[in-house]
Design a protein around this ligand. Structure first.
Ligand code: MLT
Length: 266
């Protein structure tokens, strides 16, 4: 059963959904979605594990800056660290998909001792290229001009593979169209300012699972392969018949790979 939770802090509200009981796994969502993208995984929590999926500030039910002055992805990482403190979680497996992976890198820079494992799904270590930053500027303009639904229409062909189920396409579109424009805009700025994490990869000492949809049009199999080779204790799983949001497009394959990784660590 999925439980909805939230916590009011002086800096704002952090909300999350969770399921299961036992060793914690913190699941970090993609842009511009929210914690509900992890519902297929929360429906399949392996015995002895607790899955916790927060909304980043400005997404879902979370609001405000929870960090006392930090900005960008560091603010999101501070919110996740604050939630772990509030839940008295010393260490957890941290799993991030795409922007969630960028936040996992930021959290690792701040709190590496609190990682008992790492899952990097459909993400990359590199910073944005100049062309990527230009694309972000255009997306901010589109957002200001036409709102989140236009952002959804622009992104959808790259988020899911051409074979994705129509109901899933509609579900992802609805999630993005319903997002707070201010939250989307802050996340675009945060992503375009993120540092390159490539030099951090050899220093990630925890066991790591790298996952990627075979047809991911945003973060490629080559990006995933490069991360796997640079992180000392990493394995790579390529998810067939999946685009960027591989956990949503192939929930069984994704959840099985995640469970195998967790069980091997137990
Ligand atoms: C995401 O899925 O979080 C974003 O597409 C990542 C990005 O735009 O770099």
């Amino acid at each position: 059963m999925v439980r909805e939770r939230e916590l009011e802090t002086p800096g704002g509200r952090i909300a999350w959904i969770e399921a299961g009981a036992g060793w914690p796994v913190v699941l970090l969502h993609a842009f511009p979605l929210h914690s509900s993208m992890w519902l297929p995984q929360l429906a399949r929590v392996p015995d002895g594990w607790r899955f916790i999926a927060p909304d980043f500030p400005g997404f879902g039910r979370s609001a405000g800056f929870l960090d006392g002055g930090r900005r960008g992805l560091d603010a999101y990482a501070a919110a996740v660290g604050g939630l772990m403190d509030a839940l008295e979680i010393d260490a957890a497996v941290i799993a991030g998909l795409s922007m969630g992976g960028y936040v996992a890198f930021a959290l690792h820079r701040a709190l590496s001792a609190r990682f008992s494992g790492l899952v990097l799904a459909d993400t990359r270590a590199q910073a944005d290229t100049p062309a990527g930053r230009d694309g972000r500027v255009r997306m901010r303009e589109l957002l200001a001009r036409s709102g989140p639904a236009a952002v959804a229409d622009e992104m959808l062909p790259r988020l899911l593979s051409s074979g994705a189920d129509a109901a899933l396409v509609a579900q992802v579109r609805d999630t993005i169209a319903g997002a707070d424009p201010a939250g989307i805009d802050a996340a675009i700025l945060a992503m375009m300012d993120r540092p390159d994490s490539t030099a951090d990869l050899p220093h990630i000492s925890c066991g790591t699972l790298v996952l990627v949809g075979k047809e991911d049009a945003i973060t490629s199999v080559a990006d995933a392969d490069a991360m796997q080779r640079a992180i000392p204790r990493a394995t790579l799983t390529v998810v067939p018949h999946a685009g960027h949001l591989s956990n949503l497009e192939q929930p069984d394959t994704f959840s099985r790979a995640l469970a195998d990784f967790l069980i091997a660590r137990a």
